[in-house]
Design a protein around this ligand. Structure first.
Ligand SMILES: [Zn+2]
Ligand SMILES: [Zn+2]
Length: 212
């Protein structure tokens, strides 16, 4: 099957809940909070471990590295998108030494690896990949390489990730609204919203009243 689905092996939480380790909504501490990282990465890892089983390859071996190479050299849609991402994580960029596709912002090899990652989504949304799956991939890719993105974009994905993790959709227009609120200095208020509806509807007004 071309474009096999990704991130559907693990049951999602019904709603965004605080992380027992960092106290923020689960996912928001990604990737520095170990618990947030575990919950998020589980979606990717389940697909990768399934691929290892199918290919009779053991984790942590040279065979796993070779499999990662092969996943990236096949045409997009041969493996789940989650496996493409995991393969990138397992490999180092030969030019900048960073995680492949997530290294130095000016590294051409990373730029090429990151661009080819998105060919999957271009062909697969919405038939083989849902919009929320595309969004969660964007969120996690951005949070893994914050130095490659503008700060407001990173913050926006950080705010959205717990809700995406719970299966909520956060359409582009809503993400734009959140980004504008971040740029207006409202991150602390945004981070206090417990539901995606509250997050995307946070009113930019009223401004704190000025004493004249
Ligand atoms: Zn956490
Ligand atoms: Zn690089």
């Amino acid at each position: 099957m071309r474009y096999p689905p990704g991130a559907r092996r693990v049951e999602r939480p019904a709603s965004a809940k605080p992380c027992a380790t960092c106290g923020e909504l689960t996912g928001r501490g990604y990737p520095n909070c170990l618990r947030c990282a575990e919950v998020v990465d589980e979606l990717w890892l389940a697909d990768w471990l399934d691929l290892l089983t199918t290919e009779r390859v053991s984790a942590g071996t040279e065979g796993e590295r070779e499999l990662a190479d092969r996943v990236l050299s096949e045409p997009p849609g041969t493996f789940p998108w989650t496996c493409t991402d995991w393969a990138l994580r397992l490999l180092r960029c030969t030019e900048c030494g960073g995680e492949l596709g997530a290294g130095d912002p000016v590294c051409l090899e990373c730029a090429a690896a990151d661009a080819s990652r998105w060919e999957w989504d271009d062909a697969a949304v919405p038939a083989r990949m849902t919009q929320p799956e595309h969004a969660i991939r964007h969120a996690v890719t951005t949070l893994r390489a914050p130095h490659r993105h503008r700060a407001a974009v990173v913050s926006t994905w950080r705010l959205a990730l717990p809700f995406l993790l719970a299966g909520d959709d956060v359409p582009a227009a809503d993400l734009r609204h959140v980004r504008h609120a971040v740029l207006a200095g409202r991150y602390p208020d945004l981070a206090e919203q417990d539901t995606v509806v509250d997050l995307v509807n946070l009113r930019l007004l009223p401004w704190p009243s000025r004493v004249s």
